[in-house]
Design a protein around this ligand. Structure first.
Ligand code: CA
Length: 351
């Protein structure tokens, strides 16, 4: 493998758009949450593993999540990553049952993130965390993060204590994101209690599969419940090659429309844009985080548009340098590669 360099000598900068960090306040709250009775089984499975397991991988990840300085920059240099778009790591505050504490941890994380971005303006940008458990304060924090801290997107780690963003109680959060022109990165969480059982039995609850199923469903709920008819300018980013939704598009359109025509569900109303796929093409961006796979990237570019597919690494969870080299070598025009690696991210995150 040839050495990977930053600086754009290959014809584009590499901007990685789903890169995680943690704060000491979040880790402390997670530890305490894990000790509480009736802990969420997905949270126990995921964070119980990462915090407490002695294996090399969780330790590597935990050390790197905490670093917003030299170690991270050295890792970026070694992998040819010019810029990371940082987000508070999943499930962030979504799993905390104390809404006040969740809100404060999100606010502190945004301050810490903004400080790191100020210290390394040519290497780091970020997305705002928020705790939708308190929708009013989450909306205010989105406004503060965009206008005062320069964080031009919002990360929400999928379900919030088992609730989904199409629930009208979260309308203020969506309204704030739309008003601030800040896309929401809908990052995976483990499936909630009433969904996770059979996945846990098979070891499929985490990033291996459960993440994608749960988050893909969340994205679809936003569409079918009419969120984008209520908030037409709202943009949502989903990772992991669109959580496989591009591959589902044909059947989603067919069966969704069949259900609408038959009036199968009283609550399911016709959509303004009619087809599910129209929303995927007009209200979603998709990143290839964790999927360094040329056919999947090209397929997604083909079905939702080259201007809507962005590069992401998923540091520090998945960060082999070989994956960067593989993507550099994709059989794709330089113009399209530049959109994928650089210019789409510059536009979406207003860099
Ligand atoms: Ca991730």
């Amino acid at each position: 493998m040839t050495e990977l360099k930053t600086g754009g000598s290959q014809g584009y900068l590499r901007i990685a758009t789903e890169e995680a960090f943690s704060t000491p306040e979040l880790i402390e709250a997670w530890r305490e949450e894990l000790e509480l009775p009736d802990v969420d089984p997905g949270f126990q499975s995921l964070i119980g593993f990462y915090i407490n397991h002695p294996a090399e991988r969780p330790k590597f990840i935990y050390d790197r999540l905490a670093d917003l300085g030299e170690t991270r920059l050295a890792d970026m240099d070694a992998r040819g990553i010019d810029r990371q778009i940082l987000a508070l790591t999943s499930p962030a505050t979504n799993v905390l049952r104390d809404a006040d504490r969740a809100t404060m941890i999100a606010e502190t994380a945004n301050d810490r993130l903004a400080e790191a971005c100020r210290a390394h303006p040519d290497r780091f940008s970020g997305m705002a965390a928020c705790a939708p458990q308190d929708p009013r304060r989450a909306a205010k924090e989105i406004e503060r993060a965009v206008t005062k801290l320069g964080l031009n997107a919002v990360v929400i780690n999928s379900h919030i204590l088992g609730e989904y963003l199409d629930n009208p109680k979260f309308s203020e959060v969506l309204e704030a994101a739309e008003a601030m022109d800040a896309p929401i990165y809908l990052h995976p969480n483990t499936p909630p209690r009433n969904m996770i059982g059979p996945m846990l039995e098979a070891g499929l609850d985490g990033a291996v599969f459960g993440f994608g199923v749960e988050t893909g469903m969340h994205a679809l709920r936003l569409i079918t419940s009419g969120v984008f008819d209520r908030f037409p300018r709202l943009q949502v980013i989903i990772g992991h090659m669109g959580e496989a939704l591009p591959f589902w598009m044909y059947r989603l359109d067919f069966m969704h429309q069949a259900g609408i025509r038959a009036n199968r569900y009283e609550f399911l109303k016709p959509l303004k844009k009619e087809k599910v796929s129209n929303y995927l093409k007009e209200n979603f961006y998709m990143t290839n985080s964790g999927v360094a796979w040329e056919p999947a990237i090209k397929f997604t570019q083909d079905v939702i548009g080259k201007d809507r597919v962005l590069y992401a690494m998923d540091y520090p969870y998945q960060c082999p340098a070989e994956e960067v080299a593989k993507l550099d070598a994709m059989d794709m025009s330089l113009e399209d590669k530049k959109m994928f690696f650089q210019t789409n991210a510059e536009r979406v995150f207003k860099l």
